[in-house]
Design a protein around this ligand. Structure first.
Ligand SMILES: Nc1ncnc2c1ncn2[C@@H]1O[C@H](COP(=O)(O)OP(=O)(O)OP(=O)(O)O)[C@@H](O)[C@H]1O
Ligand SMILES: [Mg+2]
Length: 359
């Protein structure tokens, strides 16, 4: 898996840009605010059809423009892949692969895979449960694109069920009850599927977490990750029946995969509330490392590794250790400072005055 070339039109800060990436390591250098993250965000967009910074599509279109284009020439196990995404401030993202228009932009998932490390990853540990759910669900989609449908099914049915509960205003007519039965069975099917996938994934990552943590933190600790919501053992259908009165009173779905937490512990203590900032950061990177390794194992080739500004967070020794500890093919890294000793890029891209040049 490799992205060889990238063309941007009106994407973020770039009116036009063209970049050629090395099959090995490409370094993107430039001062703060020059557009380093924008560049790798474009690459990652083609993998996920979204921004890894969580920005809405209209923020990705250059201010003042109506549409942006991200185009890449990639290599998938020896086969050339031309991918083009047209993003609109208003309207859907349109995607072409090898000049064929895709029916739905989500059909692109799986064509290109990336693993992104960024300073925002701290939120995986420090932030609320939704950050951790998104981490798991993104990994599930990277492992198998069909998991995207499971996730969107859950979201869709939840929206419909919650709308109905809100409208009902605490009273349940036979009609409302009958409709709730329909939503419940759909939500249970999708929710059980998602819950089981998440649980399996967390079980798979458990072993690698302590090792990865030691790589980036340098200290041996035991890391526990647990995803085991109470509803999952008997299935969501049972839990929805039990919660129905409560849901009707509150006008919202109170149980299910949208409420779950992934419990992360460092030496037995909850990481979100007890760990230091440095420990939280190391654990966040460990989660990314384990995710990258799992996706590599499942897919057979490593995703494109994007290291956005992580060298400001890790000392040179640990940066090197991170790269040595995970399977890598192509790596694109950005930094506003010096490259750590021992990291020797094959291609250096420099951004000055917002413009990209190879050097
Ligand atoms: N939609 C947009 N239109 C125009 N400019 C934008 C848009 N989105 C972001 N920018 C500009 O892009 C710049 C930020 O780019 P980016 O985040 O890539 O910087 P960076 O090189 O990664 O900096 P740092 O080293 O601080 O992380 C900002 O100046 C911002 O105003
Ligand atoms: Mg940046």
């Amino acid at each position: 898996m490799r992205v060889d070339e990238l063309w941007l039109t009106d994407f973020r800060s770039y009116p036009e840009a063209h970049a050629r990436f090395a099959p090995g390591v490409t370094a993107v250098l430039g001062s703060n605010g020059q557009g380093k993250t924008n560049l790798v965000e474009a690459v990652a967009f083609l993998a996920t059809t979204g921004s890894f910074r969580g920005a809405p599509t209209d923020a990705l279109v250059r201010a003042g423009a109506e549409t942006a284009v991200v185009r890449a020439r990639a290599d998938r196990e020896g086969r050339e892949l031309l991918v083009e995404a047209e993003l609109a401030v208003a309207g859907r993202t349109r995607i072409q692969v090898n000049r064929q228009r895709l029916g739905r932009s989500k059909d692109l998932l799986g064509a290109i895979r990336v693993t992104v490390f960024s300073p925002d990853d701290l939120e995986l540990v420090k932030g609320g449960p939704s950050e951790r759910r998104r981490y798991l669900d993104d990994l599930l989609v990277a492992i198998h694109p069909r998991n995207d449908k499971v996730r969107t099914d859950v979201d869709k049915v939840l929206r419909q069920r919650n709308a109905l509960l809100r409208q009902a205003g605490g009273r349940v007519s036979p009609d409302v009850a009958a409709t709730l039965d329909v939503w419940d069975s759909r939500l249970a099917a999708a929710g059980d599927a998602l819950g089981n996938e998440r649980r399996r994934l967390v079980e798979q990552m458990a072993g690698g977490l302590s090792r990865s943590y030691q790589t980036v933190a340098g200290t041996p600790v035991s890391i526990d990750a647990r995803y085991d919501p109470a509803w999952l053992s008997d299935g969501l259908a049972t839990a929805l029946v039990a919660a129905r009165d409560d849901d009707i009173r509150r006008g919202v779905t109170t149980v299910g995969p949208h409420r779950d937490e992934i419990d992360l512990r460092i030496d037995g203590l909850p990481a979100r509330t007890h760990a230091s900032q440095g420990e939280q950061r190391s654990l966040a990177f460990a989660l990314r490392m384990v995710g990258h390794t799992l996706v590599t194992g499942a897919v057979g080739v490593p995703p494109v590794l994007i290291l956005d500004d992580v060298f400001s967070e890790l000392d040179p020794y640990r940066s090197r250790a991170l790269l040595d500890a995970i399977p890598t093919a192509q790596t694109i890294l950005t930094t506003a400072g010096e490259l750590p000793a021992g990291v020797t890029p094959d291609v250096v891209l420099t951004i000055t005055d917002g413009r990209l040049a190879s050097s």
